[in-house]
Write a protein that binds this ligand. Sequence first.
Ligand code: EPU
Length: 337
Amino acid sequence: MQIQENISLKPYNTFGIDVITKYFVSVSNINELKAVLNLKGYPEKLILGGGSNMLLTKDLEALVIHVNIKGIEIVSIDRDYVTVKANAGENWHEFVLWCLDKGFGGIENLALIPGNVGSAPIQNIGAYGVELKDVFVSCEALSIQTNAIESFSKADCDFGYRDSIFKQQSKGKYVITSVTLKLSNNNHKLNIKYGAIASQLDFMKITQPSIVDVSKAVIAIRSSKLPNPKDIGNSGSFFKNPVIPKAQYDDLLNSFNDMPHYPISNDEVKIPAGWLIEKAGFKGKRFGDYGVHKNQALVLVNYGNAKGKDILRLSILIQKTVKRLFDISIDAEVNIL
Ligand code: EPU
């Protein structure tokens, strides 16, 4: 473990933004993490996982702590279920593939989500009808204040849509070190309700899908819509889908009769932000080295050497335009630093 100085964070964020941090250290076990958190003399400490949900807009004076704690273990297993514990520094998609290889089901719909295992609970990652909370048992996290490991049950995490206690009251107070999930080892309950999955399986001519088939369908859909951060820098959905009153939606239908929606309750609906941004004319728009992805308007992209500030400015323009056109506020999903 060695503290490095003046390090570019470009390889450590999926947006591929080139900012410099004054101090950088990578930790590969809990003792190293504890030791680093105890170090005095740094103005600020910033925890970095897979860097998949952040937009860096300036150089940092901070000590950036890269959590690189690896390891996956089977905690218990019987005919029907398995409990698996994965450490925070494991890449999420590689963990999904590991589970599929062992025949464990439950997270096949979450294939190809960028980022690391440790970040997954923070925003309760979700895609194609499945959220992390559906299989989540608990996670362990190091308290920055007490330097002790604490365990959080599913109820403790207070999961919501792209939300958890780690984005609310406990924001910035813990470093998640491992996540424990309960997966199926038999009689897998496939979740193929999401329209695009059913049609992709049809297209693949699969009538009796396995968990691996479902993951392949998800990978095919994601690859066709979402840019691979290895090719084009991005942070997945830049915005959350907004929830609005049903009465407002009914009103908007008079002007926009093709507006998609998902019912949330009797009086609230969720509107796909991608649709709003596309209607506002931003889909596929490119401004030099940055822009809005051509296949999914929710995704802002860095084509090469974009500055975080430029992407932030574009995101604000999009928010203002959507507000003006639809009177709907769309919030950023990514953390802006
Ligand atoms: N749509 C458009 N234009 C666009 C994008 C979407 O009109 O440019 C419309 C689609 O036609 C469809 C609706 O919006 O009617 C929903 O689109 P999609 O199924 O692609 O899902 P989404 O609501 O845009 C959410 C998640 C994604 C996740 C997909 C699939 C959020 C903020 N995003 O997107 O998550 O992969 O559902 O479950 O909830 C991520 O978080 O990084 C992410 C990619």
